[in-house]
Design a protein around this ligand. Structure first.
Ligand SMILES: C[S@@+](CC[C@H](N)C(=O)[O-])C[C@H]1O[C@@H](n2cnc3c(N)ncnc32)[C@H](O)[C@@H]1O
Length: 163
């Protein structure tokens, strides 16, 4: 498979998972967390698909397209290990959907980060919340791993629902 094909497949899987998750939480109150703004592609997709939702965005830096920079009061800037606990203090248990795309090519770092994220996220999630992550997360009490939506290859994205 060419690298172009590979990128296209990765982005198609990302979009399919986001669209599936948006439909899963439709009509249920709660805010959305976007972990990893990057150039703002998935943030832009989330806000287009969920125009009424509060979407809080996390990154250590702003490198996004100028049209995809969240408002200041929706942005947590800094290392996620510090900003997520701070957000938990502000938002409490009010999150219905999380999209996390923080991974790099460093597998050991990805595993450690995903483990820390799961623990930090657990007290922020409403019952029945959906978590999408580019890395496998250790199951927290009450969480279940969900199958990928139709057409998404296994283990490309990891999907969870809280009890
Ligand atoms: C792959 S990009 C996200 C791409 C984004 N989903 C998009 O569609 O444009 C990953 C982002 O995560 C951020 N990031 C990685 N580790 C982080 C950490 N520990 N704390 C905060 N941000 C982090 C990086 O700065 C980078 O912007």
């Amino acid at each position: 498979m060419s690298r172009l094909d590979s990128v296209i497949r990765r982005l198609q899987a990302q979009r399919a998972c986001i669209d599936w998750a948006v439909a899963e939480v439709e009509g249920r109150p709660g805010c959305v967390l976007e972990l990893g703004l990057g150039n703002g592609r998935t943030y832009d997709h989330l806000r287009e698909r969920m125009p009424g939702r509060d979407i809080y965005v996390f990154d250590r830096q702003i490198k996004a397209h100028p049209a995809c920079i969240p408002p200041d009061d929706r942005l947590f800037l800094g290392d996620i290990g510090e900003t997520l606990p701070s957000a938990a203090g502000r938002l409490g248990r009010s999150t219905i959907l999380v999209h996390s795309d923080l991974g790099t090519g460093d597998e050991a770092r990805n595993r450690a980060l995903a483990a820390g994220l799961a623990v930090m996220l657990a007290p922020m999630l409403l019952p029945g919340a959906v978590v999408m992550c580019d890395q496998e997360m250790p199951l927290q009490p009450g969480w279940a791993r969900l199958p990928e939506p139709k057409g998404v290859p296994p283990d490309r994205y990891y999907l969870y629902r809280t009890g």
